[in-house]
Design a protein around this ligand. Structure first.
Ligand SMILES: Cc1ncc(COP(=O)(O)OP(=O)(O)O)c(N)n1
Ligand SMILES: Cc1nc(C(=O)O)sc1CCOP(=O)(O)O
Ligand SMILES: [Mg+2]
Length: 217
């Protein structure tokens, strides 16, 4: 694992427990990025949710990520903004955020997009959907794990976050492809056992990374 990699990335979409509880679990488990991705809420509700989350994450190592919206990221003082291919471009987002938002992540769905994203030098690159997912309304074509491996190589020093259809059953395949960072939206959000799932997944990921390090020696 390089210094820039961070492991599990948490995304909040239709959660089963409160925003404050999720933020507490993220902080307690040293999760570096916690993203608010609520597609059905009003702008006002999103800002209220952001306040609830940042009341817990501020001053900790967990960075609060606003999805899609540079204006809302600026208003709430998010640590990071995540932008997809259909969202405002990174350079325009930086103009809106005016230095108030320190980090930016970009979504990609194929190798040409990864190549373009690398040129923009974001703090991380999302790549997927690795497997079929119902969480996104109009998902891009499934990439599978072979393309994921190529995306990770192409991104070089920039951390790649594997996303889309990842769960406890296929986690090992994603790790075998070389993923050091990943998201499991439904697996984490559909359950009131968030704490247990985060701890267990982090343990499995760290165990796998240690096993790989040992095998290299
Ligand atoms: C870490 C991370 N990776 C990818 C995405 C997807 O972003 P996008 O393609 O803009 O789709 P929506 O999430 O906005 O539906 C993400 N949000 N986070
Ligand atoms: C938010 C998102 N972005 C994707 C991409 O391909 O960039 S796939 C996806 C949904 C991920 O949800 P789940 O873990 O429940 O499948
Ligand atoms: Mg988006």
């Amino acid at each position: 694992m390089s210094k820039r990699d961070f492991g599990l990335y948490l995304i909040i979409t239709n959660p089963s427990v409160s925003y404050a509880k999720i933020a507490r679990v993220a902080v307690d488990n040293n999760i570096r990025y916690l993203q608010l991705r609520e597609k059905e809420l009003s702008d006002r509700e999103i800002l209220l949710a952001a306040d609830e989350i940042m009341a817990v994450t501020d001053g900790t190592d967990t960075r609060f990520v606003m999805n899609d919206r540079a204006d809302l990221a600026f208003l709430c003082g998010a640590d990071c903004l995540h932008l997809g291919q259909d969202d405002i471009g990174l350079l325009d987002a930086k103009k809106i955020c005016g230095g108030k938002v320190g980090e930016f992540g970009l979504s990609t769905h194929n190798l040409a997009q990864v190549e373009d994203a690398v040129r923009l030098n974001p703090d991380y690159i999302g790549f997927g959907p690795i497997f079929k997912t119902p969480t996104k309304k109009k998902p891009d074509p499934v990439t599978g794990t072979v393309l994921l491996q190529e995306a990770i190589e192409m991104a070089g020093d920039i951390p790649v976050v594997a996303i889309g259809g990842i769960n406890a059953e296929n986690l090992r395949d994603v790790l075998r492809a070389g993923a050091k960072n990943l998201c499991m939206v439904r697996y984490m959000m559909d359950s009131t056992y968030l704490e247990e799932r985060v701890a267990e997944t982090t343990e499995r990921m760290n165990g796998y990374f240690l096993f790989c390090e040992g095998a290299q020696k």
